[in-house]
Design a protein around this ligand. Structure first.
Ligand code: GLA
Length: 378
């Protein structure tokens, strides 16, 4: 799983797969690592993700036979639809539902779908907590809409995800896949959608560790958290937890109080982290990241034994300043912030200890903030 798809190879593969099709265009959309601000987006809160250098690539060209066709390199399978059948296709628990989801959303917006051949290939590990599905959704939205001026690519890709998977996710993953910038995280206020880049200090390395697990309950627990946060907001008489304050939550039911406390303190941590990053205070950034993990584990209760183990292991390595789970939780990946000279020591410790703990070999990678989605060929 290395960064940087070989574009000439991708184009050659496309031409081999679809010899009769027109001139191909390749769209790239990256996955993400969220530095801090977890489970806040669906509460209209603050997030600080960065786009990473692992991306999904969708190659597209007009086809001559009135069909929409998609080949997935990961699943080694082709699916095709007649254009006239597109509006009526139903999800069937298959990878191609992602394509169908984007098609419906675009059709609903009055954006026509042309006969097209697609090749989908991705470097973002599936289920690794790096938002492989948002990357795919964004790349497909760009390819199938031909990046029409004025369309809200992130919003459409999110709508497709909600429609297809039925998961009431927030806007963070699609937004960062569109807006990512090299060398910077993006501060996003999910209430106003105002955002700005936050340059990251160079003397802070970011390492992502894939736990290689994704527990069954991940989606149902996510849904439950969204519902609990809505209930907490309702009990407090506010439109969303973004408007709540710590001083108000004492009277809440204990579970709802913990959820609200996570969201309120996490929003504060995002702001403090931005200040620390701007001041080059790597130690401060690390402390906030670890506090975020504790809050996700104890108050929001979305961690699991594997993620807690990876965080503890990282924190015991000299030079690591902070670590936490990232994404929805119950599996996926953790992030560690550390001094750049300690990356190899961290990799070695995590590989050995996690294998002893779980019998699995984790994927451990240095992540760099990279550019958001765009056309990369021609
Ligand atoms: C998933 C969702 C995001 C966000 C995170 C948790 O990645 O897709 O919208 O809610 O979980 O922060």
């Amino acid at each position: 799983m290395s960064a940087g798809m070989n574009l000439p190879d991708t184009v050659r593969q496309f031409r081999d797969l679809y010899p009769a099709s027109g001139e191909p265009v390749v769209w790239r959309a990256p996955g993400r690592v969220n530095l801090i601000g977890e489970h806040t987006d669906y509460n209209l809160g603050l997030v600080l993700p960065m786009a990473i250098d692992l991306a999904c690539y969708v190659t597209a060209a007009p086809s001559k036979d009135g069909r929409l066709r998609a080949y997935s390199q990961q699943f080694q399978e082709v699916v095709e639809w007649r254009l006239e059948d597109l509006a009526a296709i139903a999800p069937r628990g298959h990878w191609s539902d992602r394509v169908a989801g984007v098609v419906w959303v675009l059709l609903r917006q009055g954006i026509p779908i042309n006969a097209t051949d697609l090749l989908i290939d991705s470097e973002v590990p599936l289920g690794g907590g790096l938002s492989s599905s948002a990357a795919l959704g964004v790349a497909l939205t760009l390819a199938l809409s031909e990046n029409r001026p004025g369309i809200d690519v992130a919003g459409l890709a999110r709508a497709a995800e909600v429609d297809t998977v039925g998961l009431p996710c927030g806007i963070m993953d699609q937004f960062i896949s569109v807006k990512g910038q090299p060398g910077a995280a993006i501060f996003l206020d999910c209430r106003s959608l105002q955002w700005h880049p936050v340059p990251l200090p160079r003397n802070c390395a970011m390492v992502v560790v894939n736990s290689m697990v994704k527990h069954e309950l991940a989606n149902s627990a996510y849904r439950t958290r969204v519902a609990e946060c809505a209930e907490a907001a309702k009990s407090l008489g506010v439109a969303s937890l973004r408007y709540a304050e710590l001083s108000q939550i004492d009277g809440l039911d204990p579970v709802l109080r913990r959820r609200a406390r996570h969201v309120i303190t996490e929003n504060n941590r995002v702001q403090e982290f931005v200040d620390a990053a701007m001041a080059g205070d790597v130690g401060g950034m690390g402390r906030l990241v670890t506090q975020s993990h504790e809050s996700l584990r104890d108050d929001h209760e979305v961690s699991c034994a594997e993620l807690d183990f990876l965080v503890e292991t990282a924190l015991n390595v000299e030079g690591v300043v902070g670590s936490r789970m990232i994404g929805g939780g119950f599996g996926g990946s953790t992030l560690a912030l550390l001094h750049p000279g300690r990356v190899e020591a961290l990799q070695a410790a995590v590989r050995t200890r996690y294998r002893e703990f779980s019998g699995m070999s984790p994927e451990v990678q240095v992540s760099r903030a990279s550019a958001g989605a765009s056309r990369v060929y021609p």
